[in-house]
Design a protein around this ligand. Structure first.
Ligand code: ARG
Length: 586
């Protein structure tokens, strides 16, 4: 068992002895400031708070029942009731040796794996994927990779927007103004054009709008021609999505689009009406506040000029059509029946947080028992801004298409590769540019706290210095070059940790697992980015201060080579978990 897990289970046992009714599983340890120790637990303070106990007293009671003498130096109670642990050097060494033998890579699978559905990317049919889609796609993919690595059963589902009122206009356009050559050339651009032209016509002319509506009604009624055209539009879009996912290396277990849930939408609304969760209002049907929450926290109320007014979740329009929420409710029901997940995670723009609050509250009223066993989580994120501080756009003010952005990333990376690694064969230069370019874009998106907006900067993300993918990829390739030079295989090296830089690096390697757990718990891939950046930095100080190939003796050299190898392995696994490939040489 890894040291932090040993400490955790000893600590949980001690907590259980002192407070038999406490939820001991919530008592965790986290890495801490090396000044104070290697690990810290702050869990006792919240336990003390809920029980109105003196936290320092609780801490000393727990420590009196805690036996970690084989793993740690003396446990220190700090501040208001933190526990600080410092690992014994012998344990650190043993853990690294086990890792060097391939027994683990500083993480373990979850003791009780969860079934987790993750809904991410979810672009809309007949529209190009734009730069904003990198957010849901990249964050969602990093999360599915992390959760899978930790042994959870993950079901990823791309909830494609393939249904809705836009199809009335698209159908009208397809039947009247379709340019066959253009659809062959660039299907999405042509679909976009159809929509724009017809939309403008509908705005100007109510009769045109009626025509579009009747195309939609025919589609909804299963008209053979309209259904065939609609399917064709989906297939054309899917081709473009698949191309982008292929480039990004992102895979889904399912891509059940919104249309998949059509057959159940009527039932959902009837059930909500029968259970008095929804009611009619001005011809439409919606879910309203049930008054169970203070207005400020009530998702079904908004404040307008100091007054709280109803802001229902609409589930049926006055024309009988259904809403986004209706589909999402049917989707939850399907996911529960099909996979019985403990969690459903939605990786969607923060601008939809109102939708998800209402959706989750409606679900809790609709299926109160299921809501006790299945947690719904909105993993929100902010916007991508341009260097001018406004939402990121092309020079001409259009949204940036994701495909174009990836092309540009590769081109820019290729230029740098040609400058820095002129001696490499052309094919290898292109491969490096691909990995670096894609990695840079993905990493820059994963690095900020996901809820903050961030500024898109080519220069920053492609820099070889700083917290960037190129820096980490370079750090990895540099370690690999040591092994090319050394032409050695390290086997079962004995590890000796003497220099402070060796100990610091070793401790940081041990934190890989805890970091992955923190990413999984808080659904924040940026923790892993920062961990890897620190790892590369700690490796650099080690490498500058501790000669490896020129070490004084063979034993020291082998021990240091083992540290190099473990660092490379963690870097590679860490980057892969973020969805970033590596190259052996740069
Ligand atoms: N297609 C939606 C959009 O582009 C996102 C869907 C997110 N997932 C969901 N279950 N609502 O806004």
């Amino acid at each position: 068992m890894l040291p932090h897990k040993q400490i955790e289970s000893a600590l949980q046992a001690a907590v259980h002895t002192v407070l038999s009714d406490a939820d001991a599983a919530s008592v965790l340890v986290r890495p801490c400031d090396p000044k104070f120790g290697d690990y810290q637990s702050n869990a006792l303070m919240s336990l003390a708070k809920t029980r109105k106990l003196n936290p320092r007293q609780l801490a000393s009671d727990v420590v009196a029942n805690l036996d970690v003498s084989k793993i740690c130096e003396k446990v220190v109670i700090a501040g208001a009731g933190f526990l600080n642990f410092r690992l014994k050097n012998s344990l650190l060494t043993q853990t690294l040796e086990a890792a060097a033998r391939g027994e683990h890579l500083f993480f373990v699978k979850a003791a009780s794996p969860k079934t987790i559905v993750i809904d991410f990317s979810s672009p809309n049919v007949a529209k190009p994927m734009h730069v904003g889609h990198i957010r849901s796609t990249g964050i969602g993919d990093a999360l599915q990779r992390t959760l899978r690595l930790l042994g959870h059963r993950v079901i990823s589902d791309n909830h494609i927007g393939d249904w809705g009122t836009q199809f009335g206009k698209l159908l009208l356009g397809w039947k009247n103004i379709l340019d066959c050559a253009a659809i062959e050339r660039d299907a999405i651009a042509e679909l976009e054009r159809l929509y724009k032209v017809i939309n403008a016509e509908c705005d100007a002319n109510p009769a045109r709008l009626e025509e579009a509506k009747s195309e939609l009604v025919k589609l909804q009624a299963g008209d053979v021609e309209n259904v065939a055209i609609w399917k064709e539009m989906i297939a054309l879009s899917q081709k473009q999505f698949d191309e982008i996912y292929g480039r990004l290396g992102v895979k889904f277990d399912h891509a059940l689009g919104e249309s998949f849930y059509n057959p159940w939408l009527g039932e959902v609304v009837n059930d909500l009406l029968a259970k008095k969760i929804a009611r009619e209002s001005e011809g439409a049907v919606g879910v309203f506040s049930d008054g169970s929450q203070p207005p400020k926290e009530d998702p079904f109320l908004v404040n307008r000029d100091g007054e709280w007014i109803a802001d229902p979740a609409l589930v049926r329009k006055s024309d009988g059509g259904f809403n986004y929420t209706t589909t999402d409710l049917a989707t939850i029901d399907y996911r529960l029946k099909t996979w019985s997940p403990q969690e459903i995670i939605y990786v969607v723009d923060d601008r939809q947080s109102g939708h998800f609050k209402k959706l989750f509250a409606t679900f809790a009223r609709w299926k109160p028992d299921a809501a006790k066993t299945t947690k719904l989580i909105h993993v929100g994120f902010g916007k991508i801004m341009g260097e001018d501080g406004k939402p990121f756009k092309t020079r001409s003010g259009d949204t940036v298409k994701l495909g174009d952005l990836l092309d540009e990333a590769l081109e820019r990376a290729y230029k740098t590769v040609c400058e820095k690694s002129a001696e490499l064969p052309a094919a290898q230069q292109h491969e490096i540019a691909r990995v670096v370019g894609l990695g840079a874009v993905k990493y820059a998106d994963l690095l900020p706290n996901r809820q903050s907006d961030y500024i898109f900067s080519w220069d920053k993300m492609l820099a070889l210095q700083g917290n960037t993918a190129p820096y980490l990829l370079y750090a990895y390739a540099r370690i690999k070059s040591i092994f090319r030079k050394a032409e050695v295989k390290i086997q079962n090296a004995e590890i000796k940790l003497v220099a402070p830089e060796e100990i610091t690096l070793a401790n940081h390697l041990l934190n890989f697992g805890i970091t992955l757990e923190a990413v999984a718990e808080e659904l924040r891939p940026n923790y892993l980015c920062n961990y890897l950046f620190e790892l590369a930095g700690k490796f650099t100080s080690f490498y500058e201060n501790c000669p490896v190939l020129k070490a004084d003796d063979a034993a020291t050299r082998d021990s240091r080579l083992a540290l190099c190898d473990l660092t490379a392995r963690v870097l590679k696994q860490g980057l892969e978990t973020l969805g970033i490939e590596t190259v052996e040489q740069m």
